[in-house]
Design a protein around this ligand. Sequence first.
Ligand SMILES: [Zn+2]
Length: 164
Amino acid sequence: MNIDQTKSWQDQIIAGAQKKGELGALCYVVEMRLPKYLEKKVGQRRMIAQHPIGYIPRVCLAPDPEEAYRTASIMQRLMVMQHRDWLTGKPSSIEFKIMLALIEDIQTEYHYEWWAEWAGGYPENTIDRICSHCGQVTQVGRDRGWTCGCGVQYDVEGLALPGY
Ligand SMILES: [Zn+2]
């Protein structure tokens, strides 16, 4: 959604989704708008904020969109605080906006429900790893090696360790 979203525009979309019973498809994320000098470096002006790097925090609208907006506002304010210039206390030149998005449009598997999942620590995102020896599927934390149920050990890259 590459437009400036006003709150009233967002509310209209939400009301429409509620009518159609499609609230579950929507989430709030924080959009970063970069200043010119960063835009040149990064190659784009808008991007979805990550926290921590590599993970996109989102707040699902279902079941209560108003509660979701309050939660998203806290998330957004924390990002503003975190990015301010600590020497001068001035706000960052990056703008942070609450953005409505389709959950399916978030183009990474590393997104998580902010607060609900984050409060317990950093998100433990897992991926399915398939053992090339026996074909078993094991859920493994990102950036981890693992040991298959058959005993074969793998490194982070998914390569069997020597001896297997
Ligand atoms: Zn195996």
